[in-house]
Design a protein around this ligand. Structure first.
Ligand code: AMP
Ligand code: GLY
Length: 443
């Protein structure tokens, strides 16, 4: 990367950085941020067992919902910049609260986070701005849902309106399945999140994740990424949070990217301004490249996981300046991110049973890792009394490598994965199959 930005004006200090969140995403943000020599300490609330293996990083035990205590702690730590990783604190207005208390925050307020926490609101937002997306119906009751599902010649996608940890989207193959999904939601399976349901036309095409960093008025584009949502090889099995990713996604040709900018990104920025939403943070566009062009499947108000782990190693030590500029509203929009010399790929190792039930607490053995241009970011790990690393989540850790091409990237990632072991460890062997020239589809 070749960030032409220098140290931002008005940048008083960037000594103490706070990252909120406990996943691989937050560890990868900490890892790139600590590379800047101005940064003395990176605190994570709460982080995970992998956080303190990262240079300059310290975990803090504090309840972010106890806001008085939080502010006192952040004052004591003299925090210069706060990055909020996950959607839930953003949806709960944590960024607004911290900004009111005079902290510099990277992360949208509650108004901006609504792009993610209300799918119906996001669909109406897109409609208002004429942004290409699947046709939809917002419904408030099972009766209404039944009428639309029965009248539709094809099965519709059924979505919980509110946050549902990635589990609130149903892609039925028959009307019966559609009705069952709507019943499940309106019968309270997702609590308040399911008070409203969005029914959507099913669209088709490859998916890609596009990210912009916004300062409220201007934005810059990060390298795109391709996630692998399905649990099993050949993109089969249930949806997960993401089993691996690569970046950039060659699927996005220059022409396609220009269309995305003109038809999706710019109208999104204009609509945010029209609605007086001062969005300071990342917007994650989940896109589908259909026959008629790119369409938005969903917006998220945070970095993707594992896309973030994949993209961060392509950034340089000045990345923290971009986050700070967003927080301060002084991006020029001309900052250049040049990743032309390398590509990155990430494979996630999960616990047996994920994304359904799984057991935790298994010791993780890590052997001899070739760590040049390769990182291990823990997602769900903990330490026992003896300091041994244990599994502590569905997605346990990610291995991320960079090289000149994707064959070299995944060769190294899979070689290193052979050195990692825990009971029930599972990973897909075909991450990046779309871009690995040496990948044999007979595997
Ligand atoms: P979401 O949580 O909205 O990203 O949806 C999860 C996954 O469901 C997406 O990554 C798509 O694969 C799929 N999906 C969501 N909406 C649609 C749609 N309208 N048509 C086809 N697939 C969809
Ligand atoms: N990787 C998908 C997500 O973060 O939502």
């Amino acid at each position: 990367m070749n960030l032409k930005s220098t140290i931002p004006k008005n940048s008083s200090k960037l000594e103490n950085i706070l990252i909120i969140g406990n996943g691989g995403r937050e560890n990868s943000l900490a890892w790139i941020i600590q590379k800047n020599e101005l940064v003395q300490k990176v605190f994570l609330i709460p982080g995970n067992a992998g956080s303190e293996r990262i240079n300059k990083c310290t975990r803090i035990k504090i309840d972010i919902n106890n806001r008085k205590e939080l502010v006192e702690k952040l004052d004591t730590l003299k925090i210069d910049l706060i990055i909020i990783g996950p959607e839930i604190p953003l949806a709960n207005g944590l960024a607004d609260f911290l900004r009111k208390n005079n902290f510099k925050v990277f992360g949208p307020g509650k108004d901006g986070a609504k792009l993610e926490y209300s799918k119906s609101w996001a669909k109406e937002f897109m409609q208002d701005a004429n942004i290409p997306t699947a046709n939809f119906w917002k419904v408030n009751s099972l009766e209404e849902a039944k009428k639309i599902i029965n009248a539709s010649p094809i099965p519709l996608v059924v979505k919980v309106d509110g946050l549902a940890s990635g589990k609130g989207v149903f892609i039925p193959d028959s009307k019966d399945e559609c009705l069952r999904a709507a019943e499940l939601i309106f019968n309270g399976k997702f609590g308040k999140s399911g008070n409203v349901v969005v029914l959507e036309e099913k669209i088709q095409g490859p998916e890609v994740s596009v990210f912009i960093l916004c300062d409220g008025k201007r934005y810059i584009l990060l390298p795109s990424a391709q996630d692998h949502k399905r649990l099993n090889e050949r993109d089969k099995g249930p949806n997960t949070g993401g089993m691996g990713a690569y970046s950039p996604a060659p699927l996005l040709t220059e022409n396609c990217l220009n269309r995305i900018i003109q038809e999706i990104i710019e109208p999104t920025m204009d609509e945010l301004n029209k609605k007086n939403i001062d969005y300071k943070g990342v917007i994650y566009f989940g896109l589908m490249i259909t026959e008629s062009g790119p369409k938005v499947i969903e917006y998220n108000c945070r970095f993707g996981d594992p896309e973030c782990q994949t993209i961060m190693p392509l950034m340089n030590k000045n990345f923290v300046f971009l986050l700070e500029k967003c927080a301060m509203g002084n991006l020029t929009g001309q900052e250049i991110i040049d990743t032309s010399d390398k590509v990155s790929g990430c494979v996630i190792a999960t616990s047996q049973g994920y994304p359904q039930e799984y057991k935790t607490g298994f010791p993780i053995k890590i052997g001899k890792i070739d760590s040049s241009n390769c990182q291990i970011f823990d997602s769900g790990t903990s330490l026992n009394k003896n300091g041994e690393l244990l599994t502590d989540g569905g997605r346990v850790l990610s291995i991320v490598c960079q090289d000149k091409n994707f064959d070299l990237v995944f060769e190294k990632a899979y070689k290193n994965l052979k050195e990692i072991n825990f009971d029930g460890m599972y990973f897909r062997n075909d991450i990046g199959h779309q871009v690995r020239k040496n990948f044999s589809r007979e595997n």
